[in-house]
Design a protein around this ligand. Structure first.
Ligand code: ADP
Ligand code: ZN
Ligand code: ZN
Length: 663
C-alpha cells in the first residue's frame, strides 16, 4: 500500500501519514483532502512512496487530490522547508499559511480562475523616457552581468537617485530571458506610483499584484498566475515572497530597511531575509535597494557578503539634495510646538505656491490627557499604556489594543473639570496650522484620516498634482513619494528617539529623517528641511545634514560592536503571555532550565516587556544571543522541540528569530 506524508495546518510540529488508495494518484506538492479528527482538511503532500512506522490498519486514507490549481513545485517546497526550519515553525503551518486562504479551503475554485487557459503570451516590450545617468548605468551593468547566478546586491542610492529606473532595466533583461521578476515593496497602498510606473514601463507584460488587502478571488488569481508562470512580474508586499515562481530570475526588495517586511505573527519571517534565501535557492540575483540600508545589510556589504553599489546623486537633471538644518528649540521662540522660523518658512512656500510637509510621528490630537490638580492621566485598562486623545471624534484611544473610551468630563480621581491635553499629535498640529494660515489648504495624512487604502492612494495622487498647500502627516508621508511641488519639510518631535532604550531607535530615526527629507526639492526648486530639536549638536543630526549615511552607520556599528548587539551577534526571543506576569516569567524560566545552552549561546534571564500588559495579557520575554548562527539555530531547535512537547496551561508562547522590536 502506498503512503503519503501530509503537512496540515495544525499547531503541532509533526507531519501526518495517510494511505493512498489505488485509484488515487498523488505526488509531492499536490493539495490533498484528508480526514483529520472529525472533519476533512486540505493538506499538502510533502513525501510519497514511504514506509510508515504506524501499522497500515491504523492509518486513514487520502480522500481526493485537488487539481484546480497547479501542483506546488519541489523548489517551492524546499524554500518552505528552509523557512520552517529557520524560523522554527512546523512545516505544515508554514506551507498552509503561504497559500492564499482560498486554496486552504475545501471550497472549489470558481471556473474563471481554475481554468488554466494560458494567457496570451506576455510581451516584454520595455518603455522608458530616461537616458540613464552614469551611476545608474554602472549599477545596471554590474547586476546584469550576474543574471543567472546568485548574488546579493545592496543598491544604496540617495532619495531621488532613480533606483526604480535601475530595477526596471534589470526586469526588462530578465523578461527578455523568459524569466520572472519578483518585486517586494513595503506597502502597496503607499506607493501607487510604483505600480503605475511598472505598468507603464511594461505595457504588454502580465503583472500580478499581491498583498493582503486584496479580495479573496483576485488574490487567488494573482497567486495562481505567479505560480503558473504566466505573470512576468510579481509585485507585492512581504507575503509575495512566499508565492511560487517557477521561472524566478530576479528578486528586488525596494526600501529594504523598512520594518514592515517583518511579519509579527504566525510565521514571523523577514521578507527581506527570505528574499535573499529564495534568490540563493533559485540561483538568481537579489537587489536590496534603499537610501538608508539596515545596519544588517550595510554590515553585510562591508563584509563582502553583499555587493554594495552606490548612486550618490539625484537623477533628475538640476535636482540637488535638500539643505537640512536643525532649529534649536531652546533658543528659537516657538508657539504651539512650532518655531517662529518654521512658520516663516511655511509662509514663504505659500507665497511661492510651493508645498510644505510638516512631519510628526504621532497621530491623534495629544498623547496624554491629564489632570494637573492630582496628577491623574488617562490610561488603558487593558494595557500598560496611556490613552491618546482624538479630538475630532471626541474619543480616547489606545494605540496598542484599539480600546476606546469617551473623554471624561472631569478627573475620575479628584473631580477637577479642567483636564489638559498634553503634547501634540497630527490633529493638533493641523488645527494650529489651519488657524495660523487660514487661507491655506491644510491636509492631514495619517491612519485616522485615511482608513481605506484607495482613499490614501487618491489623496497621494492629489498631492502629486499640487492639491494641498501644507501637508501634516506621519510615516505615511515619509515613504517613497514623488511630490514635484514640495520644497519644505519640517520635522517636529524627533528628540524622543534620541535617548530611547531600544538600540535600534537611532537607526530607525535616521532612516525616517532621511526618507522624509528626501521628499523635498525633487525637481529644479531646491528643497529645505528644518528639524526642530533641543539637541542640535547631536551627532545624528550632524550626519543627517551632511547626507552622510556611511558616517552615521560607522558610528552606530562601532557602538553595536562594543555593546555586543546585532549585527555582531544573532538573536532570538522566546515570548510568553499569560493572565499573571509571574506565570509568563515562570514558563520562560522553566524552558531555560529544561534546555541548557552550550557555551556558544547566551540565554538571558526572562524580563517583562517594556509595555508589560497588552490587551489584557501580561507579557515577558527571554533573549538568546550567539555570535554563531549555527549554534543559535541548533539551540533553538532543541528549545522548540521541548516547547512543542510541554503542556503550557494558560500561557501562550512563540519563538521569534531575528526580532527587531522589543516593546
Ligand atoms: P528613488 O527610488 O531612488 O528615490 P526614483 O526612481 O523615484 O528615485 O526617481 C526619482 C525621479 O527621477 C523620478 O521622477 C524619475 O522619473 C526620475 N529619473 C530617474 N532616472 C532618471 C534619469 N536617468 N534621468 C532623468 N530623470 C530620471
Ligand atoms: Zn485629578
Ligand atoms: Zn490598550
Amino acid at each position: 500500500m502506498n503512503l503519503v506524508r501530509v503537512a496540515l495546518d495544525v499547531p503541532l510540529a509533526t507531519l501526518f501519514d495517510y494511505l493512498l488508495p489505488e485509484a488515487i494518484e498523488a505526488q509531492c506538492g499536490d493539495r490533498v483532502v484528508v480526514p483529520f479528527g472529525t472533519r476533512s482538511r486540505v493538506g499538502i503532500a510533502v513525501e510519497t512512496g514511504l514506509e510508515s512506522a504506524l501499522a497500515a490498519e491504523k492509518l486513514k486514507s487520502v480522500t481526493r487530490v485537488l487539481h484546480d490549481a497547479p501542483r506546488l513545485s519541489c523548489a517551492w517546497l524546499d524554500f518552505m522547508r528552509f523557512l520552517a526550519s529557520y524560523y522554527q515553525r512546523p512545516l505544515g503551518e508554514t506551507l498552509v499559511h503561504a497559500l492564499p486562504p482560498r486554496l486552504r479551503s475545501l471550497k472549489p475554485l470558481p471556473r474563471q480562475i481554475r481554468q488554466a487557459d494560458p494567457l496570451p503570451p506576455s510581451g516584454t516590450r520595455f518603455v522608458s523616457e530616461h537616458v540613464l545617468t552614469e551611476a545608474q548605468a554602472n549599477a545596471v551593468d554590474r547586476m546584469r552581468s550576474r543574471l543567472g547566478h546568485f548574488d546579493a546586491f545592496l543598491l544604496h542610492g540617495v532619495t531621488g537617485s532613480g533606483k526604480t529606473e535601475v530595477y526596471l532595466r534589470l526586469i526588462a533583461e530578465v523578461l527578455a530571458r523568459g524569466a520572472q521578476a519578483l518585486v517586494l515593496v513595503p506597502e502597496i497602498g503607499l506607493t501607487p506610483q510604483l505600480e503605475a510606473r511598472v505598468r507603464n514601463a511594461f505595457p504588454q507584460t502580465h503583472i500580478a499584484v499581491l498583498h493582503s488587502g486584496l479580495e479573496e478571488l483576485p488574490r487567488t488569481a494573482a497567486w495562481l498566475s505567479a505560480a503558473r508562470g504566466d505573470a512576468g512580474i510579481v509585485l507585492g508586499t512581504r507575503l509575495a515572497v512566499l508565492a511560487p515562481l517557477p521561472r524566478l530570475g530576479l528578486v528586488v526588495v525596494d526600501e529594504e530597511h523598512d520594518t514592515s517586511f517583518k511579519q509579527h505573527d504566525g510565521l514571523r519571517y523577514s521578507a527581506r531575509d527570505a528574499a535573499v534565501a529564495r534568490a540563493k535557492l533559485a540561483a538568481c540575483p537579489v537587489v536590496l535597494g534603499t537610501a538608508t540600508p539596515s545596519l544588517e545589510s550595510w554590515h553585510n556589504g562591508l563584509a563582502g557578503r553583499y555587493q554594495a553599489i552606490a548612486i550618490p546623486q539625484r537623477a533628475v537633471p538640476g535636482s540637488r539634495m535638500p539643505q537640512i538644518r536643525t532649529v534649536d528649540l531652546r533658543a528659537e521662540p516657538h508657539e504651539h510646538g512650532l518655531a517662529r522660523c518654521v512658520f516663516e518658512a511655511i509662509g514663504q512656500r505659500l507665497a511661492r505656491r510651493e508645498q510644505s510637509l510638516v512631519f510628526i510621528n504621532r497621530r491623534g490630537y495629544a498623547p496624554v490627557l491629564a489632570c494637573e490638580a492630582c496628577g491623574w492621566a488617562a490610561g488603558c485598562e487593558r494595557c500598560s499604556a496611556r490613552l491618546v486623545l482624538h479630538a475630532a471624534d471626541r474619543r480616547l484611544r489606545c494605540h496598542h489594543c484599539g480600546d476606546e473610551a469617551p473623554i471624561p468630563h472631569a478627573c475620575p480621581t479628584c473631580g477637577n473639570v479642567d483636564l489638559r491635553a498634553i503634547g501634540r499629535g497630527t490633529q493638533r498640529v493641523e488645527e494650529t496650522l489651519g488657524a495660523v494660515f487660514a487661507q491655506a489648504r491644510v491636509l492631514r495624512i495619517d491612519r485616522d484620516s485615511t482608513r481605506r487604502r484607495h482613499e490614501l492612494a487618491r489623496t497621494l495622487e492629489g498631492i502629486q498634482r499640487g492639491e494641498g498647500d501644507i501637508l501634516v502627516g506621519t510615516q505615511l508621508l515619509a515613504k517613497g513619494h514623488d511630490f514635484p511641488d514640495l520644497t519644505l519639510v519640517c520635522v517636529l518631535n524627533a528628540d524622543s528617539a534620541l535617548f530611547s532604550t531600544d538600540y535600534r531607535a537611532a537607526e530607525r530615526l535616521f532612516a525616517t529623517l532621511v526618507q522624509v527629507s528626501g521628499r523635498a526639492g525633487r525637481r529644479e526648486q531646491p528643497g529645505e528641511v528644518l528639524v526642530q530639536t533641543r539637541f542640535p549638536d547631536h551627532p545624528l543630526f550632524a550626519a543627517l545634514a551632511r547626507h552622510d549615511y556611511a558616517g552615521f552607520a560607522a558610528a552606530q556599528l562601532a557602538e553595536r560592536k562594543a555593546a555586543g548587539f546585532p549585527p555582531f551577534v544573532f538573536e532570538a526571543a522566546l515570548r510568553a503571555e499569560a493572565r499573571k506576569l509571574e506565570a509568563a516569567l515562570e514558563f520562560l524560566r522553566a524552558a531555560a532550565r529544561a534546555v541548557p545552552a552550550g557555551e556558544e549561546v547566551l540565554v538571558y534571564d526572562p524580563v517583562p516587556h517594556v509595555i508589560t500588559r497588552r490587551a489584557g495579557a501580561e507579557r515577558a520575554q527571554l533573549l538568546m544571543q550567539s555570535a554563531q548562527r549555527p549554534a543559535l539555530q541548533e539551540y533553538l531547535r532543541s528549545l522548540s522541540e521541548h516547547l512543542y512537547g510541554v503542556r503550557a496551561r494558560g500561557v501562550r508562547w512563540h519563538l521569534e528569530v531575528d526580532p527587531i522590536e522589543f516593546d
